[in-house]
Design a protein around this ligand. Sequence first.
Ligand SMILES: [Fe+2]
Ligand SMILES: [Fe+2]
Length: 447
Amino acid sequence: MAQVILIEDNKTLNDLISVNLTTYLGVDLIQRKNAQDALSLLAILPNIDLIITAEKVDSEKTGEVLSQYIDSNKLDTGLIVLGSSAVAQNDFTINIPNGKDWEEVVHASAKILGINENVLAKKAVPDYIAVPVRYFLNLDYVNCDVFIRIKKSPTEYQFVKRIHNGDTFSKESIKRYMDQGLENFHIDKDAYKNFTIFLSNRLVEKIDSPNMDETKKIQIMGESYDVAVREIAKLGFNSETIQLTEAIIHNMVKNFEKSPEMSNLLHKVINSNTGLLYQRCHMTSVVASEMIKNLKFEDPKAYEKIAYASFFHDIMLADREELTKINSFDELEKANLSEQDWDMVFNHAMEAAVLLRKHPEAPTGSDEIIKHHHGATNGKGFSNNIEKLPDLSKIFIIAHHFVLELVRFKETGGDPKPVTEELYKRYPSPDVAIIIKALEKTLKKKK
Ligand SMILES: [Fe+2]
Ligand SMILES: [Fe+2]
């Protein structure tokens, strides 16, 4: 069986490439974090057939390092570099400029590994679809058979049924699979659609169940947020993802309205066992809503617009959490990104706004807040000249900035920064000062 090393920190792309290479090409896939990590493996396993890598990992020029190593050690290893538009300097490298084009990656891999493309065409749809094991933590039974995948021979996998259609199971049994390192269950492709409907419905039911305490509810909202964002990034909107986002957003608004104290709610969110992106989304929504309340803003839909904007504003970066922390042009330049990542960050506000317009339930105006969330009128890049933006956009920018600093402070510790002073300096216009004052007021109130 061909042995392939994959270095790609974009989770969705990594999943797509892994699933397709193992399903279509039957390769033995080995994950590595960066070139240094891969070199230590090559030292003991020099017969690797192919390495697929992102052009850069952080500041390491991964593609270049590996190319030089293969060259100077005269290895018989092919190299595919994702996101590089340079012309390959040797006969073992293929550069794929659009690193997101996973189909191209599979084709190029087939070529390097000498696998007939006709075989590929026949297998165009995998029979089983991988589903993260953690999704099952929110279920107690399933509406389809669930399999685990076992390697049978160098090129074949066997799918062994572990949960039968209709069976009930405990959280503990799912946790045991996770403890053993199992990442994915597999579901028959014909059953997959019904499964996602079933999962979404169960999550919606849980979110909406009236007697759940707030901590538990925040937990389930966080998990649902992860499912929704992943499915939307993969398939766009469909009735299930729409229903699921509706339930989460509706609950964010409801939770806020019945919470007497903002600090209490923020505290629960930031200390919950949920993903960071969800926490920031929820907290931005809470802080911005509290500011709206203080400003006595007359727009009955304001909370809802803010909740939608919070949910979707960074969806284009959802699987690259570190990129969502970039909040100025200066930080973007200092982040040392590949051209493709740089573009992705530069355009993410505009692209998320375009995506949200496809959501039939999203209130008009929430797309505009998303487009403006880094200050630029056209949603490209960053700007501090926000005084001409609509008030809701300004409120969102200030709340967003505050939450980013709050999370940064929680992560890195140290002395708390005087965030509002920074904000007055960064946005010196009197129009914005009114908004920053509203933030100050909400912060003082909690003491
Ligand atoms: Fe953000
Ligand atoms: Fe953003």
